[in-house]
Design a protein around this ligand. Structure first.
Ligand SMILES: [Zn+2]
Length: 297
């Protein structure tokens, strides 16, 4: 079992000091992928960085402006280009003069066949794309980019070096597992990126949604094991014969919230593509959910 953390005291728009160098403001965009909403982090004091300004909500922009009144926002970092993370960056940058840093703009791929995606901010254009390990700094903070493709191809986590903390975006969330939606989402990359976070030995993980993970090691082990068990379950079903994604979802995800059915189908597809790559499974040529997968002998 993943030791999920879901308890958090908050009010929309309020600024909470959550660590010596980190403040958080939560946007009013609750939902099945966002938990209570997007948690925007403000890092440092005086000359600050903002992590994931969030969705295009005037109320949230006003709350952020009020939170940093009398300070200078020099830096905006974006974990990835989903619509609950990136769209407010441009408005906040034009108000503050800050520079935007993150991964590449969205690759111009087709939308996934089953229409699952948290919504992509196709207007996202960073001033500079950060390489893995690259740093941006303020007077009392250092953010280091940790490139973590998987949830999206352009996902980046940012470590706050002074606190041995990591802003994990949607790569690792305390309240939930993350959705991997092919073709932009990629399970093979996701496993590698999870390994990177594990190797970083961080003291605290700060996801964009929900409360922090304060004991990362057992949490990350359980998070990885959950994926590996799901992979085994998929292989177990396929061992009994060929199967579509749809029937794999109903066998592997028992008692699933109906709103998450498409997301589950995406994750199953992501697992299958990973297994195809490993040479354990083959799929026929049919498109989308009709595709039939079978164990390779
Ligand atoms: Zn996302």
């Amino acid at each position: 079992m993943i030791p999920f953390v879901r308890q958090m005291a908050f009010e929309y728009g309020r600024v909470d000091q959550v660590s010596p160098r980190i403040r958080r403001v939560i946007a009013r965009n609750p939902g099945p992928f966002t938990f209570h909403g997007t948690g925007t982090y403000i890092v440092g004091s005086g000359e600050v960085a903002v992590v994931d300004p969030g969705p295009m909500l005037t109320e949230h922009l006003e709350a952020l402006k009020a939170a940093v009144a009398g300070e200078t926002v020099t830096t905006i970092v974006i974990t990835h280009d989903h619509a609950d993370h990136a769209p407010l960056a441009a408005a906040l940058a034009s108000h503050t003069g800050a520079s935007i840093f993150g991964g590449e703009p969205h690759p111009d791929r087709q939308a996934p066949p089953n229409g699952v995606e948290e919504g992509v901010d196709r207007a996202y254009r960073p001033d500079r794309v950060l390489a893995d390990g690259e740093r941006v700094e303020g007077p009392d903070w250092t953010l280091r980019a940790l490139r973590t493709p998987g949830h999206t191809s352009n996902h980046v986590c940012f470590s706050l070096e002074e606190e041995h903390a990591l802003f994990t975006g949607d790569h690792v969330m305390g309240w939930s597992t993350t959705v991997i939606t092919p073709p932009d989402g990629d399970m093979t990359q996701y496993y590698a990126s999870l390994g990177k976070v594990m190797a970083g030995d961080f003291r605290t993980l700060w996801p964009t949604h929900g409360p922090p993970v304060t004991d990362p090691e057992p949490f990350l082990n359980a998070y990885l094991n959950h994926r590996l068990r799901r992979e085994e379950a998929i292989l177990g079903v396929l061992a009994r014969g060929p199967s579509t994604i749809e029937s794999l979802v109903s066998e592997v995800y028992v008692g699933l919230d109906a709103r998450l059915k498409n997301a589950a189908a995406s994750s199953v597809l992501a697992h299958l593509l990973h297994l195809v790559r490993k040479g354990e499974v083959v799929g026929d040529g049919r498109p989308g959910l009709e595709r039939v997968f079978v164990l390779k002998d």
